[in-house]
Design a binder for this molecule. Structure first.
Ligand SMILES: *Cc1c(COP(=O)(O)O)cnc(C)c1O
Length: 403
């Protein structure tokens, strides 16, 4: 039953009083005094970039996820780009990516001249569907990228089997899932190469930032060159040898992360488990509240994974509502709830339609899901009353539009 006294309240888009005066964003960083102190201290050090904090942050991050190597870069997109470079993606190579993701997952394949091949998603979890992956594997396929949508790890055991059967590299675009786990294994150790974003809206931040984790020392070395113009030695190594000489066997980029950002990252990393716990509490409260709202179907979570909840996504049961997603989006925005939509299926973007000829119908589950998804706010700084505001606004809006 969704009938409450709030049924009688006029929606803010119809001139009623909004649930909140000031809009609650869908996500945001937590910066505390110790974070600020860590950055300030590093700003007083000799090296603002390519200094000791970079190595220290990489080591701490690798320890946290349980890999031999972690490579810090300037953002999550650079992390994906470096990973594609590490595995030699080039013209003629295909990389399978889910179409429900941030465009950078697919774009990074094209940066190296490769072709993204879009796989459909499971309709309940919106994670890459292993059956669709099997369908899309061909003679030119080099790699599969799982995207841990919402913060829920993909079915890596199944993806691993497919990768091994076809001799493919398995990647995890783990940008949503920092701090999550799958069958007791930490995110970051689930695929051959695992990429993270440290953007403020993600689970921990360095302002802008990215990380790649792997057990492969060769790939790590290649990515450290790639982030530094393709130069074979670091300035420390040259100083030790008393030499100016270096070589550039292949052109790279400047994808470095600064020392003060790495200092922030180390400070944030210690607090990540507590923040993920808080995200999970908020999600549990939403789950409980939405169980009694028939027109709201939260994206499903599997029992074998611990979702890190970068996002909390609901699916609207449109057959139970008199309005479409756009109307509900606008109604919730008017109530002061900063809802969002993650994501427009990437194969529908003009860039891919024009260059790869991708069309509606290619990934039917993703296209159907896209029509009815909404992202609700979830981030550690939310108070109990913020959480209740979101629930109240959702209840108010769906009761008004209930069929
Ligand atoms: C955020 C994000 C990226 C890109 O990260 P940036 O740090 O913004 O470059 C890539 N993939 C996914 C799934 C993301 O959510």
């Amino acid at each position: 039953m969704e009938t409450t006294v709030q049924d009688k309240e006029a929606l803010a888009i119809h001139g009623g009083e909004p649930v909140r005066e000031e809009t609650l964003a869908y996500g945001g960083q937590t910066i505390e005094d110790d974070d600020i102190h860590a950055v300030a201290e590093t700003l007083r050090a000799d090296l603002l970039t390519t200094g000791p904090k970079v190595d220290a942050f990489e080591e701490a991050f690798a320890d946290f996820v349980g890999t031999k190597e972690a490579v810090a870069v300037s953002n999550g997109t650079a992390a994906l780009h470096a990973a594609m470079h590490a595995i030699d993606i080039g013209p003629g190579d295909e990389v399978i990516v889910p179409t429900i993701t941030f465009a950078a997952t697919a774009n990074s394949v094209t940066f190296e001249g490769g072709t993204p091949v879009f796989a459909d998603v499971d309709p309940d979890t919106l994670l890459i569907d292993p059956e669709s992956v099997e369908d899309k594997v061909g003679p030119d396929t080099k790699a599969i990228v799982g995207v841990d949508y919402m913060g829920q790890p993909c079915q890596y055991d199944t993806l691993r089997d497919i990768a091994e059967a076809h001799d493919l590299v398995l990647l995890d675009d783990a940008c949503h899932a920092t701090g999550g786990s799958y069958k007791g294994r930490p995110v970051g150790s689930l695929a051959d190469l695992n990429t993270f974003s440290l953007h403020p809206v993600k689970n921990m931040t360095t302002g802008e930032g990215g990380m790649i984790t792997t057990d492969d020392a060769g790939w790590a070395k290649k990515m450290r060159r790639f982030r530094n113009h393709g130069i074979t030695s670091t300035h420390h190594e040259r100083a030790e040898e008393g030499s100016w000489y270096y070589e550039i066997p292949e052109a790279g980029y400047n994808y470095r992360l600064t020392d003060f950002q790495c200092a922030l990252g180390m400070s944030q990393l210690q607090k990540l488990p507590g923040w993920v716990e808080r995200r999970r509490e908020i999600a549990a409260r939403y789950d409980e509240a939405f169980r009694s709202m028939e027109s709201i179907e939260p994206v499903e979570r599997r029992d074998d994974a611990t979702c890190a909840y970068h996002l909390y996504v609901i699916r609207l049961a449109l057959d139970r509502l008199k309005a479409d997603r756009k109307t509900l989006f606008e109604a919730l925005q008017a109530e002061g709830i900063g809802v969002n939509v993650h994501y427009i299926p990437v194969h529908l973007q003009p860039h891919y339609r024009e260059n790869l000829g991708t069309e509606p119908g290619l990934c039917p589950n993703a296209e159907a899901a896209y029509e009815r998804i909404l992202t609700l706010p979830v981030f550690p700084r939310m108070t109990e009353s913020d959480v209740e505001d979101v629930i109240r606004a959702v209840r108010k809006v769906v009761s008004t539009y209930r069929r």
